[in-house]
Ligand binder design. Sequence first.
Ligand SMILES: Cc1cc2nc3c(=O)[nH]c(=O)nc-3n(C[C@H](O)[C@H](O)[C@H](O)COP(=O)(O)OP(=O)(O)OC[C@H]3O[C@@H](n4cnc5c(N)ncnc54)[C@H](O)[C@@H]3O)c2cc1C
Ligand SMILES: *[C@@H]1O[C@H](CO)[C@@H](O)[C@H](O)[C@H]1NC(C)=O
Ligand SMILES: *[C@@H]1O[C@H](CO)[C@@H](O)[C@H](O)[C@H]1NC(C)=O
Length: 654
Amino acid sequence: MIPKLIVFLALTVTVLSQNAEEFLKVVEKSVKHATERKGRIFNPAYVGSTYKQYAGAQHRPTFLYNQQPVAEEKFDFIVVGSGSAGSVVANRLSENPDWKILLLEVGEEASFLTDIPAIAPIFQFTNYNWNYLAEKQENVCLGLDGQRMAWPRGRAVGGSSIINYMIHVRGNRRDYDRWAASGNPGWSYEDVLPYFIKSEDARVEKQDGELRGRGGYLTVSDVPFRSESAHAFVRGAQEVGHKYVDYNGADQLGVSYVQADQRDGYRCSTEKAFLRPARERPNLKILAQARAIKILINPKTNSAFGITYVKNRQYFNAYAKKEVILSAGAFNSPQLLMLSGIGPKEHLQELDIPLVKDLPVGQKLYDHLTFFGQVFTVNQSIVNLQKAVTQPSAFVELLFKGRGPLTSLGGVEALAYIKTNVSRDPDPSFPDVEIIFVGGSLSTDNGDFYRKTFKVSDEIYNAVFGPLENGFTWMGIPMLVHPRSVGYLKLKSKNPYHWPKFYGNYFTDPENLDIKTFIAAIREVQRISDSPSMQKYGSTLVTTKIPGCQHHTFNSDEYWECSLRHISATLHHQVATCKMGPSHDPEAVVDSKLRVYGVKRLRVVDSSVIPMPPTAHTNAPSVMIGEKASDLIKEDWIKAKGNIRSKDIRRHSP
Ligand SMILES: Cc1cc2nc3c(=O)[nH]c(=O)nc-3n(C[C@H](O)[C@H](O)[C@H](O)COP(=O)(O)OP(=O)(O)OC[C@H]3O[C@@H](n4cnc5c(N)ncnc54)[C@H](O)[C@@H]3O)c2cc1C
Ligand SMILES: *[C@@H]1O[C@H](CO)[C@@H](O)[C@H](O)[C@H]1NC(C)=O
Ligand SMILES: *[C@@H]1O[C@H](CO)[C@@H](O)[C@H](O)[C@H]1NC(C)=O
């Protein structure tokens, strides 16, 4: 299927590019490369880079970020990491022509292939993924290869927004009001709403107009392609009592079609949204494939003054006259802090890292788990079939019209926010589960990608999903939005090239409420399956028991608990590793202005500051954090006077 995919792409791009010969060479070389390197089935990063070699710079978006390092260069601000938050910060700070900004990013720039929404999971097998694995945990991940969960993370200009599923969710009003109530002034819903609006260019049909943005950098769209099964699900959910809502509007509780970080049918990454419009500013220097390995901190003043980074296998120092801003994401921002001596004292001593500041870095880690062990079949071809995606017509539709099945978010078509009957929250409008409608299951692509991204074992795949390969399946995968279980991360060593060690600690809350909530959600999905609209297509629960849980009665609570402990996996929303909180909070790493406690001129601006798991996927909240932090930084350096004068800025320089 995959070589075919490449050929179709080649043909369509060839027609467009009038560069037939060059492009065919690229494809040829890339297929050869893919077959030679086992494990890397298909490497779009490689296709991209080879493409560059042949086609030269006239093809967008090649060579956008190829500036060169200069030894001992001075800047006003250094931003580390160009992901969902870092891209925004680089853009907003460089709006001030008097400030010189350096943006460092380990990853390379994306190729045109990452723009195609339907093949999102493929990029987890490329260099655009850090490819982390969580440590093994007793009694969870029992049905995953090696019993270790994959924790993917973007590693590209644009960060995780290059490989994510593009689901756009702001979160619940209550999420932000809780941040504020726990001692973070400025982060209530009313405070952050203007920033969601500021970034956004909303092009969705069902929207609460006054709460949505127009003309912002980040395009948020309806997905042009909708399968008949998605319509059935959205109708069915309403039939059993869920309201049809704009979940990014006034009320979140309810059901709707998915809203996407998408522009004209293609991925709208933060690279596309925020960096591309800013990249030609003379005061913004963007270095791709440059890895920050240490924050430079003056031990006398505990003041950050620069970054040591590696590019082209050479070490460089860059200096920040004003601030260093870490936007390296929820895994690498805490890693960099600890490598630089900011972290738990005992842990740093263990690793022989000189202590700069004792802080609980990495000690908190919330994550959103999901579960794909409940599958339904329907009796007609109403689902988003893999076949439709690999038709040549699908490519033609995408390339010429920005429509068709290739615009699908890897199969995700609708979301429902529900409050299950085991929720203990007094607020009737605060969901405890999100249900993600997928017009397919792990069997849809014959086990090629989806199940491999989650590392579901052959044994389970062959028993449960293999027999469904030619059938019509759908899933409503629950996502536990407010988990009680808390994980952590730490360093493996002081070598900046070593992976940190990740501990999910899933399903460890003493009252087992995380499991109970999942089971309640599983039953709610069954209720939707029983709705007239789903029954019109004979929606039926697949009753094959997963290997390892055969001793339980199918559909009993015990069966689902066993299943959950076999094939739950992360939906990649790890947060709180550099938690924001007031000075009296023993878990806090940064204050409400995102300044690292006890170290001057150093902030963390990304998903790692999120103090509690939000009722959202974390891309939109990370963009919001980038927007809000940029204003906080501007306020601090351009004191109140209203207009920006370089004299004012200089007065605050070292
Ligand atoms: C597979 C996957 C699917 C997802 N799906 C969705 C979705 O559908 N919707 C949604 O809202 N969210 C989704 N998410 C989550 C969301 O994308 C992330 O939470 C969000 O992008 C985090 O933003 P960030 O700015 O904190 O970090 P990132 O976007 O991860 O950016 C961090 C950047 O820093 C770089 N970096 C790290 N260390 C260094 C260093 N030492 N030097 C230089 N650069 C460095 C990294 O390479 C990376 O580019 C998904 C995530 C993944 C991995
Ligand atoms: C929740 O609802 C399910 C059925 O939908 C029922 O079996 C269960 O007993 C209920 N639990 C509580 C705590 O009410
Ligand atoms: C699918 O099932 C429904 C409900 O049982 C039935 O009405 C319908 O005719 C079936 N369709 C097909 C194509 O079998």
